[in-house]
Every structure is written in structure tokens, then in C-alpha cells.
Design a protein around this ligand. Structure first.
Ligand code: MG
Length: 397
């Protein structure tokens, strides 16, 4: 084993064998049924392939990351890898096995001690899984992460009738990244060039080598269908909370706008827009929950276009941004702080109004009110304050 120190592309110096990664993404994706192959489909804010490129470039033990892509998607791959310090993509071949061999040959001029070979359609690769494969490579020349088979396995005939129950004892499902000592897997791939084996472990096995296994991860799924992508998005959603606060002062008028509902009053609220203090607090809470700035960033009060604007526009925009992040509004809780007008008679209408704007069930919205017992500016009836807390589920960036 080689013990020389080396410096990875991420600047972390570590001791031990050098390790590069080939990320295989050379499919042209007809099976997925979308315009782009699955590895370029958006998963949250990043294409599927970018997730694994990020995971490997951020791992301190990885030296070079080499994507292998279909030549038709060169510019797509270059765009999605923007800002990453990775090798220029290598063109894949007609089969997965040929694509891997192209990657291995490209690395052979400056070979690493170890190589990880990963499917670009497995975005949820944890650094701990990479660690396990690397630990395995200290014990043997080939390592595959595996997960148990939980379902009963059946073989079916040409008419989709079960012909046999397959004993599942000792059966596991193979994942990637699969790790190898570089010279040995390169030799095996060269020797078996032109055959169609489904993974690199099979190439290594067929060349007579022994392959060790380490525990894989059920999160490390391979995206094959749009349903897989949807499931992965659901599993990646995080719960986050945002809060918002706003105040507007009273001026001459005959009603106030609260949660998009016109409430008769002896005054109106003064503001550049319709001064719907509750919607402003709610919008800031939603934006805050996923770090999207605040209402003033998106709708500057210096912009004449928002003069007297209905504040519904602000909340709808925040919800659009949230949905673009793959997010959902779980709950929005608004407290309106004033002596007058009385909010309670209008709270059901306010809840219905916000639910409609946000496109969520009314049960996810709460509107309540309190006074400050005559104290402070709200107590002196100089204006209305509102605060809001939004709970969202959103994909991390
Ligand atoms: Mg405001």
C-alpha cells in the first residue's frame, strides 16, 4: 500500500493511498421518458449528476473526480459542473462497461492507487458510505456496498405468472460506489472488453478476483423512473421554520386590509402597498424559512409598481419561490396585535383568504389576535403589528 501524503483538489492534505472517482453518466436516457436523461433531471436545486459530483469533490480522501458522459450532452454536463474543480468529462462508449473503460484509460496516465466507480444516477451518496468503501479497500482489492433483500423474490414466466419463489438467503443488492485497486480493475476491464456485464464488480469477479462487501444504504437509490425522483425529493425535504414581523401606522381611512380581507375601521393603515401588515409578516416568515431574503428585497418600496399594490402578490410570490425549491408550506401561524379593529369576527375569512393565496388547506393556516393591554403604540391605537411563524418542508440547496 502506498503511504505517501497527497493533496486533494479540495486542498485537504491527507495520508494514504490516492483515490480518484469515475462517475458514470453516459446514458442517453430513453428509459426515463423525459427530454433529458435522468442524470440531468433537476433534484431540488441541482441536477441529479451534480449531487454525486458535489459529494465526491467534498470528500477529503478523493483526489480527482472524472465524469464519463454521452458526447451529445457535453455542454449540459459542463454547465452543471460549473464552479467544481473536476476533470474535463470523458466521452462514454456504447455500453456501460465501455464507458467505464474509457474513464479508466483516461486516468491511467496519472493513475491513482484506488478508484471508485459510481453511477451518476445515485445522487444521495453519503460521505460515510464513501468512508466504508475506502476502509474496505485497505483490506482487499475490490469492495462493493450492498443492502439486504427484504422482499420475497419471485421468478415469473412469459405470462407474468409466478413460476418460482427464489430463496433470498445470502442475496444482497449491489450499489455503487464500487471501489477497486486501480491497476487490477483496469487490467480486468481491458481483458473483458466488449462483454456486457452489469457492474464493475462483475468484471472483477469474472477476472477471478475476490470482491468484499460493506454495508450500503437504502438512501443510496438509483434513479430509474420519474417516481424514483419524486421519492428521493420527498426523502430530502427538510423541515424549517421562519418568522416575520411587521408594523404599519394608522392614517385617515375607513378600513384596514388584514390577510387580504377588508375590515371596516375608523382608520386605514399607511404604506406603500395596501399596508396589509399580516400578509407582510406572513410573507417574511415564508421567505425566512428557506433563506430567501425578505419582502423588501423582492418588492422594493422604491418601485412605483408596488404603489397601493394588493399584498396578495407578495405572498403568492413567496409561495412560488418555495415551490421552485421543491418546498411545501406545512403551517402558517399569524398573530395580529392591536386594540381595534376586532379581528375575531373576521378570522375565518382571513384563514380562507390566505389558504386560497397560498394554495394550501385552511387547516394549515392560523390567524389569531391579541392586544397589548393598552400599552405601547398598539395600545395607543397608533397602528397594528403582526407576527407570523411559517413551517415549511424544503429541499436543501
Ligand atoms: Mg409592511
Amino acid at each position: 500500500m502506498v503511504g505517501k501524503p497527497h493533496q486533494g483538489e479540495n486542498g485537504v492534505t491527507s495520508q494514504g493511498p490516492t483515490c480518484d472517482v469515475i462517475v458514470v453518466a453516459a446514458g442517453s436516457g430513453q428509459r426515463f421518458g423525459a427530454a433529458l436523461p435522468k442524470q440531468y433531471a433537476p433534484l431540488g436545486s441541482r441536477p441529479v449528476l451534480r449531487w454525486s459530483l458535489d459529494a465526491f469533490t467534498q470528500h477529503p480522501r478523493i483526489r480527482h473526480v472524472l465524469p464519463v458522459i454521452h458526447p451529445d450532452f457535453t455542454s449540459t454536463a459542463q454547465t452543471l459542473a460549473a464552479g467544481l474543480n473536476i476533470a474535463a468529462p470523458v466521452a462514454g462508449g456504447a455500453t456501460r462497461q465501455q464507458s467505464v473503460l474509457n474513464g479508466l484509460e483516461a486516468l491511467s496516465t496519472n493513475p491513482p492507487d484506488w478508484i471508485l466507480i459510481h453511477d451518476g444516477a445515485r445522487p444521495a451518496i453519503a460521505s460515510t458510505l464513501i468512508d466504508r468503501v475506502l476502509e474496505g479497500l485497505a483490506l482487499g482489492p475490490a469492495v462493493v456496498p450492498v443492502v439486504p433483500v427484504a422482499d420475497t423474490l419471485k421468478r415469473i414466466d412469459a405470462h407474468a405468472r409466478i413460476s418460482e419463489t427464489v430463496p433470498r438467503a445470502n442475496l444482497v443488492r449491489a450499489q455503487t460506489p464500487q471501489g477497486f485497486h486501480f491497476g487490477k480493475i483496469l487490467a480486468a476491464h481491458r481483458a473483458l472488453k466488449g462483454q456486457e456485464l452489469t457492474d464493475d464488480a462483475a468484471v472483477f469477479e469474472k477476472s477471478g478476483g475476490t470482491v468484499l462487501t460493506v454495508p450500503g444504504s437504502e438512501q443510496n437509490i438509483k434513479i430509474t423512473t420519474p417516481d424514483d425522483l419524486w421519492r428521493m425529493e420527498q426523502s430530502l425535504l427538510e423541515t424549517r421554520i421562519g418568522q416575520g414581523f411587521d408594523v404599519h401606522r394608522f392614517t385617515d381611512g375607513d378600513h384596514v386590509m388584514l390577510c387580504g380581507v377588508a375590515v371596516p375601521h375608523t382608520h386605514k393603515l399607511l404604506g406603500h402597498s395596501d399596508a396589509d401588515v399580516a400578509l407582510h409578516a406572513a410573507t417574511d416568515a415564508i421567505l425566512g424559512a428557506f433563506g430567501a431574503g425578505d419582502i423588501g428585497v423582492h418588492f422594493p418600496p422604491t418601485n412605483a409598481a408596488y404603489k397601493d399594490a394588493a399584498s396578495e402578490k407578495f405572498l403568492v410570490h413567496a409561495m412560488e419561490l418555495l415551490r421552485k425549491r421543491g418546498g411545501q408550506l406545512t403551517h402558517l401561524d399569524i398573530t395580529i396585535i392591536c386594540e381595534r379593529p376586532k379581528v375575531a369576527p373576521h378570522s375565518a375569512a382571513m384563514i380562507a383568504s390566505i389558504a386560497r393565496m397560498a394554495g394550501v388547506e385552511p387547516s394549515r393556516i392560523s390567524v389569531k389576535a391579541t392586544t397589548t393591554e393598552g400599552l405601547g403604540f398598539t395600545g395607543r391605537r397608533e397602528g397594528i403589528a403582526a407576527q407570523a411563524v411559517a413551517t415549511v418542508r424544503v429541499l436543501p440547496l
